[in-house]
Design a protein around this ligand. Structure first.
Ligand SMILES: C[S@@+](CC[C@H](N)C(=O)[O-])C[C@H]1O[C@@H](n2cnc3c(N)ncnc32)[C@H](O)[C@@H]1O
Length: 256
């Protein structure tokens, strides 16, 4: 029995080392034909065996039910969001989010802002009706209008009630709704709209108002299915001489 078990473990390890199992797991991944270098998306590494600080009980304050039951973000992505908003705690400026969805990522940011001594307002934008405009060329034919529908505006509004922090929840299509954002400066932004046009517009808008050392986290950099968003991020970053740092799913920049 023991010998058979050891042989099975050893065989699995060899297969994993060669990426065979991972390839099988990832066979259903969408790789749109518009992607310039599809081989860059080949055979993701296996992060499942590495350190996960969010399992520490200290993180129960961050990973509350209000956050985890209203987000599409993995614990690793929520962890990074939390670390980055904590990093800017002494900088002045508001917080911006494009792609509030059901409100889980916004709630995490709001919980962090509540504990910071800087006065900040939060500007949170979404259609609250999923994708209402898509670009088949830039985003790929796999993207359709009405996909990615999350909770209603009213539900998200309820989730983000916070007496000590002014929260502006703005419903409608980016770029048009950016005119309703009256913030003068931002310390932090989270861009999670999956598509090329709103990512490009939101990034340009935030970068102009981001203080030096301020941070933008981009949710959609690594997935092949959101390649249009990645192109928009690279385009704006190159135009303004900013450095994008890729984390494995998300990417971020620190304004310089
Ligand atoms: C991946 S979801 C956001 C997930 C959310 N941050 C969370 O914590 O789960 C992407 C959101 O982008 C929104 N969206 C896509 N295009 C948009 C646009 N042009 N203007 C406003 N919102 C848009 C969708 O309605 C959807 O809710």
């Amino acid at each position: 029995m023991g010998l058979l078990r050891n042989i099975r473990i050893w065989t699995q390890k060899c297969l994993l080392d060669r990426g065979f199992l991972l390839e099988r797991i990832n066979r259903t991944q969408v790789i749109p034909t518009v992607i310039a270098a599809p081989e860059l998306y080949r055979r993701p590494d296996d992060y499942s065996r590495l350190l996960k600080p969010w399992h520490d009980p200290a993180y129960s304050d961050v990973f509350t039910d209000e956050v985890t039951s209203n987000t599409m973000l993995s614990p690793m992505k929520l962890y990074y969001l939390h670390r980055f908003i904590t990093q800017v705690r002494d900088l002045p400026g508001d917080v911006f989010e494009a792609g509030t969805g059901s409100g889980g990522s916004s709630r995490l940011l709001l919980n962090a802002v509540k504990k910071q001594s800087q006065h900040r307002e939060m500007w949170l934008l979404d259609t609250f009706e999923g994708y209402q405009k898509v670009d088949a060329v830039r985003d790929g034919a796999h993207v359709q209008v009405n996909q990615c529908r999350c909770a209603s505006f009213e539900d998200v509004h309820r989730l983000l009630q916070e007496p000590t922090v002014p929260v502006h929840l703005i419903k409608g299509l980016i770029p048009a709704t950016l005119d309703e954002v009256k913030a003068v400066t931002f310390a932090f932004a989270h861009i999670d709209v999956n598509l090329h046009e709103p990512t490009l517009a939101a990034f340009e808008f935030c970068l102009q108002r981001l203080v030096l050392g301020g941070i933008i986290v981009f949710d959609d950099y690594g997935w092949p299915a959101t390649y249009g968003a990645r192109c928009a991020i690279d385009e704006v970053a190159t135009k303004h001489g900013q450095n994008i740092i890729y984390l494995g799913e998300q990417a971020f920049l620190i304004k310089r």
